[in-house]
Ligand binder design. Structure first.
Ligand code: ADP
Ligand code: ASP
Ligand code: MG
Length: 424
């Protein structure tokens, strides 16, 4: 007997038939004698709809145009998961399984106060464990928790993955299965490159990079938790026949295992390609080249909660003036320009330019640590397709390249094939 946490994403619970199908996956594990807790997302599209409703409500007069009451935002957007948790509990009961829904506050899943992007601080797992021991399946609403202000909180988009891994850690589960609409983690988004291959295993560090550089198959925080708490996490499909051979395999279920790099026998140099759309570039021209100028730019941007990503500073030609270019999410450009305008005298620049609709493509692989020439291969391949590079950043296990938006898919496919990822 094992203890298993099963998480089902939005497309897996998109309608009543799909929820009944999810119940069959759960039944398979219960019938095998395992203790099971389930985490569900809202029906696909539901959270977007709820977010849209919030955004279309009138704003408080004079408030920053992007600000609405984050506590009420959470109260509204958390509702999608409440519905699916109840529906799945009913579907399971109809199959003769003892099941009960749980909202974040009932467990409770305690979070910090960062409404809209809260972090889980603590999960009280005892009651769930006790009930699992009695043969009851807990169906937990993902994405939500209880803030220190005693109000509903949500974990940021894609947060049900994090709910699932955190619950798996709290109840000391043997396995956490993330069921989605693809049958594992691929070498790149299979919707962009049909030749992408499913990975049998991927190292935590690589999955962290893939997720934070745009592969939305797992929320970044869920990978961090899986790595820290050593949760054995699989990504697998809810769209396969729940009773097909091998689906109930305890040690090697079909899908991709996220694991320590030591567990990966044949490590390739490059493991995957990720991309992030909607990046924007801001350039400050003819800046004073003196100590403190970066602090004068990025300090106020950070205080305004603007997430700056790539930063490129030119070498000054004459020792007195230079240019600085950096990227922010497209949605933050206006706010960033306002902050830079307000601080123009302190920073001391001549003009500010900006360009939106850019894309960051990234090459990821632990094998890069010990191989030279990985970046040069990417640059050559992109050049052959006439794709211009606007900025580059690198770390030990990744190379990120900023390009014009319309080239995104071509760049992903080009990088995918230049490292031979399309060949098995
Ligand atoms: P869910 O609703 O189940 O949480 P998501 O839409 O959040 O599902 O994540 C699954 C999607 O992630 C897939 O449909 C796929 O298009 C996308 N994706 C992006 N990169 C990858 C990748 N490297 N491997 C697998 N899926 C990926
Ligand atoms: N329903 C939430 C979202 O769409 C959380 C999730 O699905 O993981 O972001
Ligand atoms: Mg998701």
């Amino acid at each position: 007997m094992a203890r298993i946490v099963m998480k089902f994403g939005g497309t897996s619970v998109a309608d009543l038939d799909r929820i009944k199908n999810v119940a069959r996956h759960v039944k398979r594990e219960v019938d095998a004698g395992h203790e099971v807790a389930v985490v569900v997302s809202a029906m696909s599209g539901k959270t977007n709809e709820l977010v849209g409703w919030v955004q279309n409500m009138p704003k408080v007069a004079g408030a920053d145009h992007s600000i609405y009451d984050a506590r009420e935002y959470d109260a509204i957007v958390a509702s999608g998961e409440q519905v699916t948790s109840g529906l799945l509990a009913i579907a399971l009961q109809a199959m003769g399984i003892n099941a009960r829904s749980w909202q974040g506050w009932q467990i409770p899943i305690r979070t910090d106060n960062a409404h809209g992007a809260a972090r889980i601080l603590e999960i009280e797992g005892t009651e769930i464990i006790r009930r699992m021991g009695e043969g009851q399946v807990a169906v937990v609403a993902g994405f939500q928790g209880l803030g220190p202000d005693n109000r509903l909180s949500t974990l940021g988009r894609g947060g049900s993955d994090t709910s699932a891994v955190a619950i798996a850690a709290a109840v000391k589960a043997d396995r956490c299965d993330i069921y989605t609409d693809v049958d594992g983690v691929y070498t790149t988004d299979p919707r962009i490159e049909p030749k992408a291959r499913r990975l049998k295993k991927i190292a935590f560090e690589e999955m962290l990079e893939m997720a934070s550089l745009g592969a939305k198959v797992l929320q970044v925080r869920s990978v961090e938790l899986a790595m820290v708490f050593k949760v054995r996490t699989f990504v697998r499909s809810s769209f396969e026949d729940p009773d097909a051979p091998g689906m109930g395999d305890l040690l090697n279920p079909p899908g991709t295992l996220i694991c320590d790099e030591e567990e990966i026998v044949e490590q390739e140099v490059v493991t995957g390609i990720a991309y992030a759309k909607d990046e924007a570039q801001i350039s400050l021209r003819r800046l004073a080249d003196r100590p403190g100028v970066s602090a004068a730019i990025f300090g106020p941007l950070a205080e305004s909660h603007i997430n700056v990503d790539m930063i490129v500073q030119n070498i000054s030609e004459d020792g007195s003036k230079t240019d600085m270019t950096f990227t922010v999410p497209s949605g933050d450009v206006e706010k960033a320009l306002r902050v830079l305008g307000d601080n123009k005298d302190k920073i001391g620049y001549d003009v500010v330019q900006n360009e939106s609709g850019l894309v960051k493509v990234s090459v990821i692989g632990i094998g890069m640590r010990s191989h030279a020439g990985v970046a040069a291969t990417a640059f050559q391949a992109l050049a052959e397709k006439g794709i211009n590079i606007k900025a580059i950043t690198t770390s030990e296990i990744k190379i990120s390249i900023l390009i014009d938006g319309p080239y995104a898919e071509l760049a992903v496919r080009t990088l995918h094939s230049c490292y031979g990822l399309d060949k098995s």
